[in-house]
Design a protein around this ligand. Structure first.
Ligand SMILES: NC(=O)c1ccc[n+]([C@@H]2O[C@H](COP(=O)([O-])OP(=O)(O)OC[C@H]3O[C@@H](n4cnc5c(N)ncnc54)[C@H](OP(=O)(O)O)[C@@H]3O)[C@@H](O)[C@H]2O)c1
Length: 235
């Protein structure tokens, strides 16, 4: 049975991906910082799943964790930084640096740390964000973080061949990522987006999981960034 490592697999899109992959006959190893979240997620996934507590901003702990996993066929990187939001005139650049540390560098070092272990016919799927293209007010910093990962994808794919390297760029998705807002503000923001999004709703984590599954299964696709955003990037 193939094993997929999901860095950031304890909530949101990573967890939805873990559930889908197990349904489709894979084993998963989920990584996250919080052990209680890992254990809760493992109960939700149900079978063929294991977990490891690791902070992806720490290279040594990442290398150790990857080395301890028995078999790695594919890697999914769903880590989230969550920092760096705000209008440019007030953008806190220290916050933006934390955003780069928590997502850009964390995702890249996760990918580097798997290289000695991942199967040559495997793949690495990053989760970036449509903020790299959306030009939405307040997302210049987030767009820079995600755009910086996206610009690297085709080159990394050429360098790492035959390992395949792709990215999914989600739009607005209903996950704990939005918990920095109060429940009311979150609902209000989601309603506003639903009105604007061509497909008439915000995304669910399962929408992104289906694209990640396709990237894992389709062994003739590499170097691609695919938006899964209900058409948000079209407006
Ligand atoms: N939700 C959206 O609307 C949206 C839109 C566009 C892009 N995205 C991107 O989609 C990806 C998935 O986000 P999500 O919405 O599913 O968020 P989420 O529910 O907050 O999930 C983030 C996951 O990453 C783990 N994580 C965060 N930092 C980590 C670290 N340093 N080391 C190890 N694990 C870490 C979290 O677990 P622990 O906290 O326990 O570590 C959790 O499992 C992120 O890259 C996010 O930027 C989200």
């Amino acid at each position: 049975m193939k094993n997929i490592v999901i860095a950031g697999g304890t909530s949101g899109m990573g967890l939805a991906t873990a559930k889908l992959l197990v349904q489709k006959g894979y084993r998963v190893t989920i990584l996250g910082r919080n052990l209680a979240k890992i254990n809760k997620a493992l109960i939700e996934i149900g079978e063929n799943a294991s977990g490891k507590s690791v902070d992806a901003t720490n290279t040594d702990s990442l290398k150790q964790a990857m080395g301890e996993i028995e078999q790695i066929d594919h890697l999914v990187i769903a880590l989230s930084g969550g920092k760096g939001i705000g209008d440019f005139k007030d953008l806190d650049l220290n916050d933006l640096k934390k955003g780069f540390e928590g997502k850009f560098f964390a995702q890249l070092q996760t990918a580097q740390s798997v290289l000695p272990y991942i199967k040559p016919n495997g793949s690495i799927t990053f989760i970036t964000s449509i903020s790299s293209q959306s030009k939405a007010i307040g997302t210049a910093g987030l767009g820079a973080i995600n755009g910086a990962i996206e610009i690297m994808i085709p080159t990394i794919a050429k360098e790492l061949k035959p390992i395949r390297v792709n990215a999914v760029a989600p739009g607005v998705v209903n996950t704990t990522w939005w918990d920095f807002l109060s429940y009311e503000k979150k609902e209000e923001r989601f309603m506003q987006y639903s009105d604007k999004i061509p497909l008439g709703r915000i995304g669910e984590p399962e929408d992104i999981a289906k694209m990640i599954f396709a990237f894992i299964e389709n062994d003739y696709i590499t170097g691609q960034i695919i938006a899964v955003d209900g058409g948000l990037s079209l407006i």
